[in-house]
Write a protein that binds this ligand. Structure first.
Ligand SMILES: *[C@@H]1O[C@H](CO)[C@@H](O)[C@H](O)[C@H]1NC(C)=O
Ligand SMILES: *[C@@H]1O[C@H](CO)[C@@H](O)[C@H](O)[C@H]1NC(C)=O
Ligand SMILES: *[C@@H]1O[C@H](CO)[C@@H](O)[C@H](O)[C@H]1NC(C)=O
Ligand SMILES: *[C@@H]1O[C@H](CO)[C@@H](O)[C@H](O)[C@H]1NC(C)=O
Ligand SMILES: *[C@@H]1O[C@H](CO)[C@@H](O)[C@H](O)[C@H]1NC(C)=O
Ligand SMILES: *[C@@H]1O[C@H](CO)[C@@H](O)[C@H](O)[C@H]1NC(C)=O
Ligand SMILES: *[C@@H]1O[C@H](CO)[C@@H](O)[C@H](O)[C@H]1NC(C)=O
Ligand SMILES: *[C@@H]1O[C@H](CO)[C@@H](O)[C@H](O)[C@H]1NC(C)=O
Ligand SMILES: *[C@@H]1O[C@H](CO)[C@@H](O)[C@H](O)[C@H]1NC(C)=O
Ligand SMILES: *[C@@H]1O[C@H](CO)[C@@H](O)[C@H](O)[C@H]1NC(C)=O
Ligand SMILES: *[C@@H]1O[C@H](CO)[C@@H](O)[C@H](O)[C@H]1NC(C)=O
Ligand SMILES: *[C@@H]1O[C@H](CO)[C@@H](O)[C@H](O)[C@H]1NC(C)=O
Length: 741
């Protein structure tokens, strides 16, 4: 059997021009356009680099691929020059000195795996839904420098879908009633939902996103990445059968309690001859739009969506027919799928059914499975490495763009390396976060692990990471110490009953139960001593006493808000418990509501105002940043209202009436002040008026829902205070010694 990498390379449009890397330098370090030379070189390894400095101010970056060179460039910039590019903070590369440092010996390295993968299908809704080209450019440069060479590229697929359906005779109304709103397209693409509540996707949105995708795909290729493009999945509008009578269409399953109108998406059976025809039309249009740039396709049919039958022969036929359809449209096609279903619906997906389903693709190298949640719920062992299919070890880490400080440093370093030693069809490491929200060090760690045969020493790693992170400042020891405390606590979770980024209980709909100690994907547990978080916060805060210029460093500003946010989130829990205990105290009559005092009740909203004030100092922690980016894509006021609704609905009710309530909650100013705080006030007022015996959660939830429904349509009236972080922190630290003491 030829080496997997050889097989894969044949199916990958490898861009061999170094133009893209020169472009990156021009964008990010224009003062140094002439300082870097990029050369393709015959180095061994999947992707490999060699960086050297001849001593005349030039940096020579050699690599056997564009991705190898960009990784080498990153090592030089981050490890030697100590500048980098980060989520939210943006590029700090321009801080490189006028004379670039020499290195005494060349930097060399090579990747353990052919692929470094990025994105989850839903990241395109939770994080990038309202991005403009400028934000995409930052993201793509971030990805290139981190050696990512296999990213998903979902943007604008609705244009291809629209045209494909139009060609078979569906009209605009049929198609638009099938497509979902701007903040919910990921789940429409996955066949979980259809249509849009409270509005309709405008065709101008479809066209604008399509143009954006052309820019994205072409930049990805320039930067040495193979974009994974969409394909026809089989999901079709309900009216499909009226234009193709007799087509073999089944109703898909209901998703997350959505009303039938918005779910039970129609699915064209791959055994129907129209399936292959539509696939051909889809792929042809896509190639015409973006060029012959990739043969890897993302195609998920049963993500949280059950097949019409569990019969093994049926399941085998589904993949066999889908694969044949794909191959007849593109003979080099490789089918990539998210392996999430095998975990999320393991009751349906028994080993025998997974084996049957995967066996329909008889050429193992024609399929790549993303082992989507490898750090906590790996499926590759039980499926014996997906019965020989290619697969990628992925860190999911974050659900719904939730915002707790969290990581599994041990699992993310040791387990992928161990997996590689144990599985010959493992071809990549990757990131499948639902939302890119903070904790960036955890994502960097796995991507860098792809270039290190030994599990990375995280103590050294965090130290170096901090050095590049706060570039341009002298970095006081206390700032390193803060990160070290976090590495030993919040970033070292080994209690996998809480398997992902945590939420604060204040982001959840208030009630007397089910808030504290929630485990699973959206845990509210605090898996470390909360006093350590306060210590880390204090250590970071005190760094600016030593080095006041840190107050002007955007990385410091961001991180200090983030740490403060976590301290408050943790402090909210005991205060909530105290209120509950007082209300529920057994010392007095259970029919009386008088035991709760106004003063204990006022503490919780007051603490929420504190965190709101801190968050509002930084645009990356504001609701208005999200909603105004949504509104800025509107071409008229009705679109503006719809986009604003979409942005607000996704992070709160998630559905017309709260189908996945608070799933994608955020600790953002504006959201805390106008949504979470009023909900807590409703709850606390209810407790003041209600005895434990009379407590009626249904009545309370109804009252909360009325408030939440009205909030969806509110304009962004919140005039948030825009004050300096240091002023605000000085105030709140003085006012709340119990929290920050
Ligand atoms: C690259 O190097 C390998 C050995 O390291 C050698 O076998 C091969 O011929 C070289 N290829 C080219 C194009 O120089
Ligand atoms: C790099 O090395 C050269 C030759 O040794 C020396 O002239 C130059 O000053 C060095 N540059 C820096 C930034 O140290
Ligand atoms: C530095 O040296 C390299 C390699 O010898 C050469 O290609 C480059 O042009 C030189 N740069 C300058 C500014 O002289
Ligand atoms: C599919 O769902 C539609 C809409 O609810 C319904 O009219 C139709 O009868 C369903 N078809 C089947 C086969 O269940
Ligand atoms: C929707 O799916 C559920 C199963 O998830 C099923 O019970 C129901 O009959 C479906 N409805 C339609 C209209 O197909
Ligand atoms: C597209 O590229 C592949 C190689 O990556 C090649 O085999 C195929 O013929 C090309 N197709 C077209 C239509 O140019
Ligand atoms: C699977 O496909 C084969 C070949 O088309 C067909 O004979 C068989 O009936 C199908 N089985 C099921 C369960 O659909
Ligand atoms: C190695 O792989 C086998 C089969 O794929 C699996 O059963 C076993 O648990 C794996 N071992 C480790 C340490 O992951
Ligand atoms: C992380 O936790 C494990 C298990 O408790 C422990 O053995 C290890 O020393 C911890 N690592 C750090 C950096 O604290
Ligand atoms: C890593 O995750 C696996 C589950 O996937 C678990 O069994 C193991 O204990 C974890 N290891 C550490 C060090 O957290
Ligand atoms: C209130 O107290 C009763 C009796 O001690 C207990 O059963 C119940 O769980 C408590 N409820 C809450 C919300 O704490
Ligand atoms: C939550 O867990 C902590 C630590 O295990 C425990 O002390 C506390 O009683 C638990 N609280 C609730 C409400 O279950």
């Amino acid at each position: 059997m030829p080496l997997l990498s050889t097989v894969l390379l044949a199916a990958t449009a490898v861009c061999q021009s170094t133009q893209g890397l020169s472009g990156l330098i021009e964008r990010r370090i224009p003062a140094h356009v002439d300082s870097f030379q990029f050369h393709l070189a015959n180095l061994s390894g999947h992707d490999a680099y060699r960086v050297s400095t001849p001593g005349n101010g030039t940096v020579i970056v050699e690599g056997n691929s564009i991705s190898g060179m960009s990784q080498g460039l990153h090592r030089y910039l981050s490890d030697i020059v100590h500048v980098d590019i980060y989520w939210y903070i943006g590029s700090r590369l321009h801080l490189a000195p006028a004379v670039l440092p020499n290195i005494s010996a060349p930097l060399t390295g090579s990747s353990l795996v052919p692929y470094r993968y990025h994105f989850n299908t839903v990241t395109f809704s939770y994080t990038t839904a309202f991005w403009t080209w400028e934000e995409w450019e930052d993201q793509l440069d971030w990805m290139a420098l981190r050696g990512i060479n296999l990213p998903l590229a979902w943007v604008g697929v609705e244009k291809i879908i629209y045209e494909v359906f139009q060609d078979i005779g569906l009209d605009e109304a049929d198609i638009l009633s099938y497509l979902s709103g701007p903040a919910f397209q990921a789940w429409n693409r996955l066949g979980n939902i259809q249509g849009s509540w409270d509005g309709q996707l405008p065709t101008t949105w479809i066209d604008a996103q399509f143009s954006l995708q052309k820019q994205i795909v072409s930049r990805m290729v320039e930067l040495g990445m193979t974009p994974i493009l969409p394909a026809f999945t089989g999901f079709v509008p309900r009216s499909f059968s009226s234009v193709i009578p007799g087509a073999n269409v089944v109703n898909g399953s209901q998703w997350s309690g959505f009303p039938t109108e918005y779910t039970n998406v129609s699915f064209l059976e791959p055994s129907d001859s129209h399936f292959s025809e539509i696939q051909k039309s889809f792929i042809t249009k896509q190639q015409a739009a973006y060029g012959n740039v990739s043969h890897i396709y993302t195609l998920d049919q049963f993500n949280e969506n059950d097949p019409a039958s569990g019969d093994e022969a049926y399941l085998r036929n589904i993949t066999a027919d889908t694969w044949q359809g794909l191959k007849s449209a593109d003979s080099d096609a490789i089918w990539m799928m998210q392996g999430w279903l095998f975990y999320s619906n393991s009751a349906f997906w028994t080993d025998a059914r997974i084996s049957a389903y995967l066996s329909g693709v008889t050429v193992d190298t024609d399929m790549i499975i993303l082992d989507l949640f490898s750090e906590s719920e790996p499926q590759w062992q039980r499926t014996n490495s997906y019965y020989g299919k290619l697969w990628i070890w992925c860190q999911l880490h974050d659900y719904g763009g939730n915002m707790g400080i969290y990581g599994q440093i041990l699992n993310v370093t040791e387990n992928p390396v161990a997996a590689l030693a144990n599985s010959s069809s493992l071809v990549g490491f990757g990131l499948t976060m639902e939302g890119q929200e903070g904790n960036e060090v955890m994502y960097d760690l796995l991507l860098d692990q792809a270039w290190s045969e030994e599990p990375i020493d995280t103590e050294v790693y965090f130290h170096d990471w901090v050095t590049a992170r706060y570039a341009s400042n002298a970095i006081p020891e206390s700032l390193y110490h803060a990160w070290e405390l976090l590495r030993e606590s919040a970033y070292n979770n080994t209690d996998l009953t809480s398997a992902a980024v945590s939420k604060s209980i204040y982001e959840l709909q208030p009630g007397t139960t089910d808030l504290v100690n929630v485990t699973g994907h959206h845990p509210t547990t605090v898996n470390y001593d909360p006093a350590i978080m306060v210590q880390a916060w204090r250590s970071a805060y005190s760094a600016a006493e030593t080095e006041p210029s840190l107050w002007h460093n955007p990385a410091y500003q961001y991180d200090l808000v983030d740490f403060t946010r976590q301290v408050v989130a943790n402090a909210f829990i005991p205060l909530y418990n105290t209120v509950l205990d007082e209300w529920n105290s057994t010392t007095s009559d259970l029919n009386s509501s008088a035991r709760l005092t106004n003063s204990s009740v006022s503490t919780l909203p007051a603490l929420l105002s504190v965190v709101n004030k801190v968050l509002s100092t930084n645009e990356h922690f504001r609701l208005s940043t999200w909603t105004s980016s949504a509104r800025s894509l509107a071409l008229n006021s009705s679109q503006e209202g719809f986009y604003n609704y979409n942005a607000r609905n996704q992070i709160t009710l998630w559905g017309p009436t709260g189908q996945i309530h608070d799933y994608a909650s955020k600790q953002w100013s504006g959201l805390v002040e106008t949504f979470y705080k009023p909900r807590w006030e409703i709850f606390l007022n209810y407790l003041l008026d209600t005895s434990p015996r009379a407590y009626n959660p249904t009545a309370l939830d109804d009252e909360l829902l009325q408030f939440e429904l009205a909030w969806q349509w509110e304009a962004d009236g919140e005039q948030e205070e825009r004050r300096d972080l240091w002023t605000v922190l000085a105030e709140v630290v003085e006012e709340w010694p119990s929290v920050f003491g």
